[in-house]
Write a new protein. Structure first.
Length: 401
């Protein structure tokens, strides 16, 4: 990696902002000496960060980059500038913040669409009683004992990796690898059922909480989302092709408040559909992860449930919108989410923890927005060519509009 002075200053700026907003940089595998510089120095003042950012914004246009890369970097410098403005107590309306962070407008959900989706979910999950009762019963029936989680997750990763290698021939780096780490439940912190930490050198660590939302129906999609052809595949291929071969330093890190997050979460949300049809997903799940198929719904019902499961992020999008834009209090938010009868109280409270977190609050929208951008552009089952372009090329949300 031949790092220019511009690239060096760009990476240093992002790492310095991370010292103000811990977790702002989700991963970084660029030059280690830059990380050491930032670790050893005092926290750089927001005013100085603003000066550094303005210099980068000015100098971008004399670097000799092609037009597409200039546009890509310009959007990322805008998100850095927005973060710095907020550190300097500049008042930026939330919708404007969002557009500058993510390169896509933030809009409310049509409530009629939500209630129509709730009706679809009620039909998909069938049975007698209220939807709340049915969802509670399903959570109990489909929860995988923590002692079996690691075995089943490894099996799911093996299945999605094999299929990914069949579809995308000679696409993965030869030395790529995923490590799995089981994490303990912590009621005081935000919970993630699965989380990919990209380590660089084509390696990822996936943290799994075996005691949180481990349902057999989610293993295949989760392994595709975090691993193949989702996060791990995207990040390792971009490290190989863009960072190492094309010398594009900007792909050595992921800023959580950036356009890249929207694309990455969209890719991950669509990953399982890239590999298998809804029918195949149901059949693979019953065959490989269901602990007692005789007590389960039919494949036809599971297919209906698979079709609507990905749309559930629409509810979280709406909850976050009312919290951040309309400033609803916690009591009103909990009642609103509870009224849909779909989510457990633990899930609702966990989402509120994300909403109240300065780094993660706006990232909640990335799943729904990223998924919909890809579907609107390429359909529910993107072609291999189009999905490969998303994995390999620097794509902005505005490129898909």
């Amino acid at each position: 990696m031949k790092l220019s002075e511009f690239g060096r200053d760009f990476l240093l700026l992002a790492l310095r902002i991370d010292k103000h907003k811990i977790g702002y940089v989700d991963f970084y595998f660029g030059p280690k000496k830059l990380r050491k510089i930032v670790d050893r120095e005092s926290v750089v003042s927001p005013k100085k960060l603003l000066t550094e950012c303005k210099i980068l914004q000015k100098n971008l246009f004399v670097q000799g980059y092609d037009k597409a890369r200039v546009n890509y970097l310009e959007k990322f410098l805008l998100t850095l500038r927005t973060s710095i403005d907020l550190l300097n107590d500049v008042e930026v309306p939330i919708k404007q913040q969002f557009l500058r962070f993510y390169d896509v407008a933030l809009e409310p959900v049509d409530e009629s669409e939500l209630y129509e989706l709730k009706t679809i979910i009620e039909n998909a999950y069938g049975g007698s009683g209220s939807l709340e009762e049915k969802m509670n019963e399903l959570r109990l029936r489909r929860t995988v004992p923590s002692s079996k989680v690691l075995i089943l997750y490894k099996k799911a990763l093996k299945i999605v990796k094999l299929r990914t290698k069949e579809i995308f021939k000679d696409f993965l780096p030869k030395k790529e690898k995923i490590f799995i780490n089981l994490v303990k439940d912590d009621n005081d912190k935000i919970k993630w059922a699965n989380y990919n930490w990209y380590l660089g050198n084509f390696h990822s660590r996936i943290d799994i909480n075996p005691d949180f939302n481990m349902y057999w129906t989610t293993f295949l999609a989760a392994a595709a989302h975090e691993g193949y052809p989702g996060h791990h595949t995207e990040f390792s291929v971009k490290e190989w092709k863009l960072y190492l071969e094309s010398n594009q330093f900007e792909h050595s890190l992921l800023l959580l408040n950036s356009p890249k997050l929207i694309i990455s979460e969209g890719i991950a949300e669509m990953a399982v559909n890239m590999l298998f049809s809804y029918q195949e997903q149901a059949e693979i799940g019953l065959r490989n992860f269901c602990l007692d198929p005789l007590k389960e719904d039919s494949p036809e019902v599971l297919i209906m449930q698979n079709k609507v499961r990905g749309k559930i992020h629409l509810f979280w999008h709406s909850l976050a919108y009312y919290a951040l834009i309309d400033k609803w209090d916690e009591k009103k938010l909990i009642q609103y989410a509870t009224d849909f009868e779909i989510f457990s109280q633990n899930d609702i409270k966990n989402q509120l923890k994300k909403i109240n977190n300065s780094v993660h609050s706006s990232t909640i929208f990335s799943y729904n927005l990223g998924r919909n951008l890809i579907i609107d552009k390429y359909g529910v089952y993107p072609s291999i060519k189009n999905f490969k372009n998303l994995l390999l090329k620097p794509v902005l949300p505005s490129d898909l509009l």
